[in-house]
Every structure is written in C-alpha cells, then in structure tokens.
Write a protein that binds this ligand. Structure first.
Ligand code: OFO
Length: 161
C-alpha cells in the first residue's frame, strides 16, 4: 500500500509527465509549421515518450493500491521565439522534471518506501539521459548558428538511436 505522501507526489508526477508530453507536442507542431521537419519528428517522439512516462506512474500507483488521478493539463504555449530558445526551454523543463523526481526519491527514503524508491530509479537514469541529450542539442545549436540548424534538422533523429 502506498503511503499518502508518496501517492500524492506520484500523482503530481502524473500531471508533470503529462504536461511534458503536451508541451513537446506544442513544440513539435510549431517546428512543423515553421518548416523544421526533423526537429518536429524529434519532439513528436519525445511527446510519445513523456506520455509513456505518465502511464508508468498511473499504472504503478494503481498497482500499489493507490488511486491515480487523471488531471486537467494547462495549455502549453502556442508560439516560440526560435529553435534555440525552444531547446533551451526543453533543457530547463527536463531539469525541473529531474528535481521533481528527486523530491519523490527523497520522500521514499524518509517514508522507508523502498519499492517506490526502486521504481523511481528508472526515472533517475532516464533524466540523466534526457538532460544530456537536450544539453547536447542546445550546445550544438549555440555553437553553429544558422548553418548547423539546417544540418541538424536533417540529422537530429539519428541522435535518438
Ligand atoms: Fe523527460 O521527463 Fe519524463 O521522466
């Protein structure tokens, strides 16, 4: 049985992972509208991954005898300044998600909920990867300016393999 505090934080994470998914969907749609099909594919794939993360939390909460609440999500932005600013936002958002996961990890230790702690380790490792891939894209975009943007739009999906 999940402890109340842990259940609440896991439900908060359902909302955060779900919002990540629609945020990346909004970014993908913007990139597509602005002729950046490669970045759009990357972001569409990322939106799918975040939906899968949300589902992992939903199913885990229910499996442990808790109650997963499916929340309403805030509307994500419609407009973005540019692709560099957008990936800066992706990076910041992933850092926020990492901090949020770490907070649940901390709580599971305080509550001696080692099963949830174990469940969360997958997310801890996943966040290391997601932060580092977002950081790599930001670094490349900032280093290369306009030229690299076209090249990256063509090649970015290869970074997912
Ligand atoms: Fe990229 O965040 Fe999910 O975990």
């Amino acid at each position: 049985m999940l402890k109340k505090k842990v259940e609440e934080l896991c439900n908060r994470q359902v909302e955060r992972e779900g919002y990540s998914s629609i945020l990346y969907l909004a970014m993908a749609s913007w990139a597509e509208q602005n002729g950046m099909a490669g970045f759009a594919s990357w972001l569409y794939a990322q939106a799918d991954e975040e939906k899968a993360h949300m589902l992992k939390f939903v199913r885990y909460i229910n499996e442990r005898g808790g109650r997963a609440d499916i929340p309403a999500f805030s509307k994500p932005p419609v407009d973005f300044k540019g692709i560099v600013e957008m990936f800066d936002e992706v990076l910041k958002h992933e850092q926020f998600i990492s901090a949020s996961i770490n907070e649940i990890v901390e709580t599971t230790l305080a509550e001696k909920d080692f099963a949830t702690n174990n469940f969360l380790q997958w997310f801890v490792a996943e966040q290391v990867e997601e932060e580092s891939s977002a950081q790599a894209i930001v670094d490349k975009l900032k280093l290369g300016g306009k030229n690299i943007m076209y090249q990256m739009d063509r090649d970015i999906m290869k970074l997912r393999d």
